[in-house]
Write a protein that binds this ligand. Structure first.
Ligand code: IPD
Ligand code: CA
Ligand code: CA
Length: 254
């Protein structure tokens, strides 16, 4: 399964790279800053077709084209974000990822985050470790909030939602990439100590599988398990930084 998923992702990434030389069809979803392109849709259709051909009994949760709801995570479920960071894709032509996860009965088994323009595939699975292309990655150190950079959602930081501003000030600084995949990669590399955002299941599913392997902690912002059924405020961090960030929430809600 791993070999074929890697082949599908590389084929999809090649197709996305070529698409950047052609005219994109860009549409708005919920508003002016919520975009989808023909390439998001075509990439998802390509991956869905591969899964249906090879694993016809499996279910799929994916961002576009009516695949965005699932009643439960029972059985084997594929979770796909065909292009994570569509705004970057349209305006920067870099800093976007394909993300794919395989869950079984609610437990993450495989996760893949492909930085398309860098041609870097971060992947791994339960008890398999984490790899960058073919190279095993080293587990980052358990750094505290004051020691590291924190990935952040710009809106949450600007409006100080859930004390995001104060938490950012307690870190070495915040970073805003506009792509959940890029933020999760930064954590896996040990470049960032955490990430606070507002995410849907396809934004975090692959990252959770990889973060589990490296002992990161994650939850919704209230410390409860992620729902996999809606967009919600999201926190992931090293164990030390996770506890410190939760303490900020408790202090600031008093
Ligand atoms: C978005 C990006 C962004 C995050 C948003 C996501 P999309 O994904 O990951 O960084 O802040 O919440 O929706 O829409 O480009 O796939
Ligand atoms: Ca996304
Ligand atoms: Ca997307």
């Amino acid at each position: 399964m791993i070999i074929e998923i890697k082949e599908w992702l590389k084929e999809a990434a090649g197709f996305i790279q070529v698409s950047l030389t052609q005219k994109l069809r860009v549409s708005q979803k919920s508003g002016r800053t919520d975009l989808v392109t023909n390439i998001d849709e075509e990439t998802q259709s390509f991956l869905v077709k591969k899964i249906k051909q090879n694993y016809p009994d499996d279910r799929i949760l994916a961002e576009e084209r009516g695949f965005d709801k699932i009643e439960s995570l029972n059985g084997r479920v594929w979770i796909i974000d065909p292009i994570d960071g569509t705004m970057n894709f349209v305006l920067e032509q870099e800093n976007f990822c394909i993300m794919l996860a395989v869950f079984e009965d609610g437990i993450g088994q495989l996760g893949f985050i492909y930085d398309v323009m860098k041609e870097e595939l971060y992947w791994g699975g339960k008890n398999r470790g984490v790899f960058l292309n073919d190279q095993p990655m080293v587990r980052p150190k358990d750094a505290s909030l004051s020691e590291g950079l924190l990935g952040m959602n710009a809106y949450m930081y600007g409006k100080n939602i859930h004390s995001a501003g104060e938490i950012g000030h307690a870190s070495m600084g915040i970073r805003v990439s506009g792509c959940a995949g890029v933020e999760l990669i930064a954590m896996l590399k040990g470049n960032h100590i955490g990430y606070i955002s507002n995410l849907s299941p396809w934004d975090y599913a692959a990252g959770l599988v990889l973060m589990d392997e490296f002992g990161f902690r994650y939850s919704n912002i209230e410390g409860k398990p992620l729902a996999f059924s809606k967009r919600e405020y999201f926190l992931a961090a090293t164990p030390k930084a996770y506890t410190e960030i939760q303490e900020h929430f408790i202090q600031n809600s008093k």
